[in-house]
Design a protein around this ligand. Structure first.
Ligand SMILES: [Zn+2]
Length: 476
């Protein structure tokens, strides 16, 4: 069956193609989310008109002003779909620095499509250790040296929760010892998980001779400088930057590069289990907060007191909508089950409105609030905005989906646009010169010079494997 395409849609689509060509892109580019007019059939659950209505941003077509910040939403749903990967926000600063907040399942191809290779994805701040926030770590870690990161991966995340459960009968059913569930534990496990991968590719160049881990982050004092090293900084997740009397004690600094004026602090998120954080990034008079996942909490209102430029906050559709969308039985038990998950972990739409209202009451409403971690389609967006507006009728609010991009400086914006990218993009990563790199672990003497140490890509293969001689298939 052929779906009808209106004249307006056709104009929009042809305008898109023309726009791409005008900017020098020879290949047709298409909008990723929501614009497939042939399939949705007018169903509001199958399109995101909000996203479609945003102005285009062509990645690579403009440089940031020195005082400008760009936030790109690369993954925006706890439940990954083709239109929305799991969670990640990419922050680029006008001084050339960039940071990742979370690294959820499915975000890597989105970063590649945006033109960000693994060298740009090397400073990762984890809000907590749910897999929808760190599901792409194995790829980002293990393929670092292939796609631009010939130095360690840097990971910040909450320290061990320390949580020990005594059951309602007063017993320690899981033992008195807390679990090894902190960021360093997770990263150690990640290295183990990827051991076959990293070893197999250790014939490649995995470290640059001249590279040194910057002092503030070389917490181990070790000489880890290899793409297969991970430098972890664990965060005392209860800290707020203030002592019990409310005086500043700066005990919540995750990252502080004084030379570049970038500070990233953390504060508690209340999410599912002890040991989750939210982050605040401050640079050059600009600031943004990234909530990660959290129940509505007062820490957020307190931290937003300073007046942030962009407040990124999670929100969740109502439990009955979850049940319906997930195709669960239409029963009270299903709704109760979904509600229990939400109550342990998330911020209802109306609560986000309330939080924004409370911040506004302090006189410091954010210049832009962005709801994320949210399955963004016409039906859900409409309901969410209605709930938020119950409490927060005026301030600017955006709803994130993948490739929503926000630019902000003190003078300009915040401007919300959508990145237009190719479905067929290859990562364009810088490659270091072999002479600048350390000799790979698996090496051999060059067949030509007999003295130069070169890569030995076949060193780990079974010498007795039944390999077909290239002369055979190259005979034609
Ligand atoms: Zn979570």
């Amino acid at each position: 069956m052929t779906a009808k395409i209106s004249r307006r849609d056709l104009l929009k689509l042809s305008g898109l193609a023309a726009g791409g060509l005008a900017l020098g892109f020879g290949t047709p580019r298409r909008v990723i989310a929501g614009s497939d007019y042939t399939h949705h059939g007018g169903d509001p659950s199958q399109r995101n008109s909000y996203f479609d209505s945003l102005k285009q941003y062509i990645p690579g077509s403009e440089t940031l002003d020195p005082d400008e910040m760009r936030l790109s939403f690369m993954g925006t749903s706890c439940i990954p779909s083709l239109s929305q990967a799991a969670v990640s926000v990419f922050v680029e600063l006008g001084n050339g620095e960039c940071f990742m907040f979370d690294c959820g399942t499915g975000v890597t191809p989105k970063y590649f499509a945006l033109g960000a290779t693994l060298d740009k994805m090397s400073k990762i701040f984890l809000a907590h250790n749910h897999s929808d926030h760190m599901g792409d770590l194995p790829y980002v870690y293990a393929f670092g040296q292939s796609f631009g990161r010939v130095w360690p991966l840097y990971v910040w995340g909450p320290a061990r929760s320390g949580f020990v459960w005594k059951d309602p009968d007063g017993k320690y059913p899981l033992g008195k010892k807390p679990l090894e569930d902190g960021a360093a534990d997770i990263c150690a496990a990640l290295k183990k998980f990827c051991i076959w991968h990293t070893e197999s590719q250790s014939f490649m160049y995995t470290s640059i001779n001249s590279y040194d881990v910057p002092k503030p982050w070389d917490t181990t004092g070790s000489r880890c400088k290899d793409a297969y090293d991970i430098v972890v900084k664990e965060l005392p997740w209860r800290n707020t930057g203030k002592d019990s009397h409310g005086f500043a004690n700066h005990d919540n600094i995750a990252y502080h590069d004084r030379s570049k004026g970038v500070k990233i602090t953390h504060f508690p998120a209340v999410h599912c289990r002890e040991g989750a954080v939210s982050y605040k990034l401050e640079w050059n008079g600009l600031s943004m907060i990234y909530s990660g996942d959290t129940k509505p909490n007062q820490y957020m209102i307190e931290q937003a007191k300073s007046g942030v430029d962009v407040l990124i906050h999670e929100m969740v559709v109502p439990a009955d909508v979850w049940v319906k969308k997930l195709g669960l039985p239409d029963t009270q038990a299903s709704i109760d089950g979904a509600q229990a998950v939400q109550d342990s972990s998330h911020t209802p739409q109306k609560a986000l409105g309330y939080i924004l209202n409370q911040i506004d009451q302090q006189g410091t409403a954010p210049r832009l609030a962005v709801g994320t971690h949210f399955q963004a389609t016409d039906d859900t967006i409409k309901a969410a905005l209605k709930d938020i507006r119950t409490w927060y009728p005026k301030g600017d609010v955006a709803v994130a989906s993948d490739f929503v991009v926000v630019n902000v400086s003190k003078r300009k914006g915040p401007t919300v646009r959508r990145a237009v990218v190719s479905d067929y993009a290859w990562p364009q990563a810088p490659v270091p010169a072999a002479e600048d790199c350390a000799t790979p672990k698996y090496w051999k003497y060059s067949d030509e010079t007999k003295t130069t140490k070169v890569q030995a890509p076949e060193a780990q293969l079974d010498p007795n494997a039944l390999v077909i001689d290239p002369d055979l298939y190259n005979a034609r």
